[in-house]
Design a protein around this ligand. Sequence first.
Ligand SMILES: [Zn+2]
Length: 359
Amino acid sequence: MATNKKEQVTAATPPQPSGLRFFREILGQEWVVSHLKGAMRAGRLSHAYLFLGPEGVGKATTARALAAALNCAQPGGDGDACGVCPSCRRLAAGTHPDFLVISPDEKKTQISIEQIRELRRLTEYPPLGGGWRVVLIKPAEALSVMNDAAANALLKTLEEPPPQHLLVLTARGEADLLPTIVSRCHKLAFAPLPAALIIRELESRRGIPPARAALVAALSGGSLGRALTLDPEELVRQRDQVLSDLERLHRGSAAAVLDWAQRLTKNRGDLDSFLLLAQLWYRDLLLSHFQAPSSLLAHQDLLPALAQARAQGRPETWFATFTALGAAQRQLQANLNPELTLDILGLHIQPQGNPHDSR
Ligand SMILES: [Zn+2]
């Protein structure tokens, strides 16, 4: 069925976190949290941290929780903030004078040198609340954090860290920052979140049934932030379309291949979704062939259909198709002609490997 709604499964805007955060709210990053709590207790916090990891796994939330715990007037025995003291109340209201977030200005992709200069002027003065000034430096999604001029200005702050100041930079990977910046920060790696955790959160926060949540979790890349922005109904619609395309391709009519290739090359979002969702289907077939626990499968709502497909196909074919889909994804990322890529892919998916065979 045709629809005007053309959402890409890859497009997602992370939710804007705000206010007070507690260490106990951070999910799936036990190692990072216990490291930070330990450093706090021992009075051995670094003056600059680099939180590395994908979008939506808790990097900014952790920076907020750290600011809350460091400035809390009566932290709990577990090192977490109390939530009720004046500092915690100001953080909750977003008006704490010693917690700053620096991110690219609206419509900009990078943090500017002016923003860093302003930060440097501010750090000449001690924190206003008498505790710690925590500065969270956040990049725009999927782009490098700052230009070289801004980075070099920041470097001066990192080389001569002002007392009672703590900088937290976040990035997807070290390559997003100048090596000179990276080398002056204490690096902490945030892991992608396990699917089971994401499914549980989707169920409790959004009321999404686990059978549907499994598909969302599988496509989230371990990012809760991203999972929360994906629309499960739309994903199921796209997935059903992909499965019906695959079935037509398997039946092997040349007309089906042409129709499929034409439709997908018109819209890059549809094409990316097809490659991702089709891979997920063959991944599930292979997992179930190797008798992985069924809780690991993304298509929890289609277990009987999976069992049927398993009975009718062969793992070598699934693996070859899975590999071909991945290769097509890489070729498109390298800007190879989409039509050519799809022709090659069609050859792989078809039973006899010949798209011009009109059976
Ligand atoms: Zn407090």
